[in-house]
Design a protein around this ligand. Structure first.
Ligand code: BT5
Length: 333
């Protein structure tokens, strides 16, 4: 995909029109988008390559064959009041993975703050090669390109910054949630409503770019989840019993994150730690953490300003864990 500023604005405008669902005459489209026939055909091809099903009928013009409840860039933009985040938004009807698409764009020099968002991911990814279920019409599957001027060891903490922003935005629509360090947002029952995957590229001493991928389950019915995760996953609809508009929620996350990310770039994680601690489901809890093929047992004391989980392990030693897979332990276990 090429990044062309004006043309991508026009593509967005074209999407907005086609979303009406009727046939739109080609000459009318050309006029309203201020472009020629070739430009229009190219934009339609581009949108088709992004998964939009657009029909052309001689004498009638173009029509969007299906308008699933898309998350349209323009709808998100309407709710944004950010400095950097979402400065450019690339929307897909369907894509393999928004993280993969964002990494590709980042390698080609897309500006910081570029957002990639899709209605449907066919190869949504979790950590360590795991799969992330991302059906159409149901979730917010989005990835942000960032270029923080921080040493690579500091960058993974951005996952915690993003998780706190997701937490604020979900709470704002009426659902209490917490962050299960380092990358899950969960409801009170412990079911996962959001997962975050940060992928970084760069040299040993500097971050070239980091892509922060956020997946939020919004409109899935409980039965929509694959049986393998039905017991551990949930959605806003399943918890609240109502549909939440995805563009509003996405904008809520991005607005909060824009401010938090600036603070992080200026002062590191320290100024954000109070809110990160407040969001955490683990402080004081007894946990088992899988890290590098071994399990560490202990009590969580804190999250430090590198974003590490600080644990007093069962031998009384203090450990600072940079990442891992956590489960809570009942003391009677
Ligand atoms: C994550 O991995 O939680 C990171 C998920 C990141 C997804 C976003 S969507 C936008 C962007 N583009 C991508 O391609 N990815 C990012 P992890 O902690 O490894 O959890 C993965 C595990 O969660 C799976 O092995 C399943 O057990 C479970 N799972 C899969 N899909 C789920 C879903 N939709 N909701 C809840 N749990 C799910």
């Amino acid at each position: 995909m090429k990044m062309r500023g004006r043309e991508s604005d026009r593509e967005e405008a074209l999407l907005q029109v086609l979303r009406g669902g009727a046939f739109y005459a080609i000459d009318e489209l050309e006029r309203s988008l201020n472009c020629g026939a070739d430009d229009l055909a190219r934009m339609v091809d581009e949108l088709r390559s992004r998964g939009y099903d657009i029909e052309r009928r001689p004498g009638s013009g173009y029509r969007m064959v299906e308008t699933p409840e898309l998350v349209l860039p323009a709808d998100i933009r309407a709710g944004l009041h950010t400095e950097v985040v979402g400065g450019r938004i690339v929307g897909y009807g369907r894509v393999g993975s928004t993280n993969a698409a964002a990494l590709e764009l980042a390698r080609r020099g897309a500006p910081e703050g570029t957002l990639v968002i899709a209605d449907h991911q066919t190869r949504g990814r979790g950590r360590l090669g795991r799969r992330w279920e991302s059906p159409p019409g149901a979730g917010i599957w989005m990835s942000l390109i960032l270029r923080p001027a921080v040493p690579p060891e500091r960058a993974p903490a951005i996952t915690l910054v993003a998780a706190a922003s997701v937490t604020q935005a979900i709470r704002a629509v009426g659902l209490p949630v917490l962050v299960r360090w380092p990358n899950d947002v969960i409801v009170a029952s412990g079911r996962k409503i959001c997962g975050i995957l940060s992928e970084m590229e760069g040299a040993a001493e500097s971050v070239q770019h980091i892509v922060v991928g956020i997946g939020i389950n919004v409109n899935q019915r409980p039965d929509d989840f694959d049986p393998s995760i039905r017991g551990t996953a949930t959605s806003l609809f399943a918890e609240l019993g109502r549909t939440v508009p995805r563009p509003d929620l996405a904008a809520g996350v991005l607005n909060d994150f824009d401010t938090a990310y600036h603070r992080f770039c200026r002062g590191g994680l320290a100024p954000l730690l109070p809110r990160i601690r407040e969001c955490s489901s683990l402080l004081g809890e007894h946990v088992a953490v899988w890290i590098e093929k071994q399990e560490v047992f202990g009590q969580v004391l804190d999250i430090d300003d590198w974003g590490r989980l600080v644990l007093r392990d069962d031998h009384g030693m203090i450990q600072q864990l940079p990442a891992g897979e956590v489960r809570k332990i009942e003391l009677s276990d």
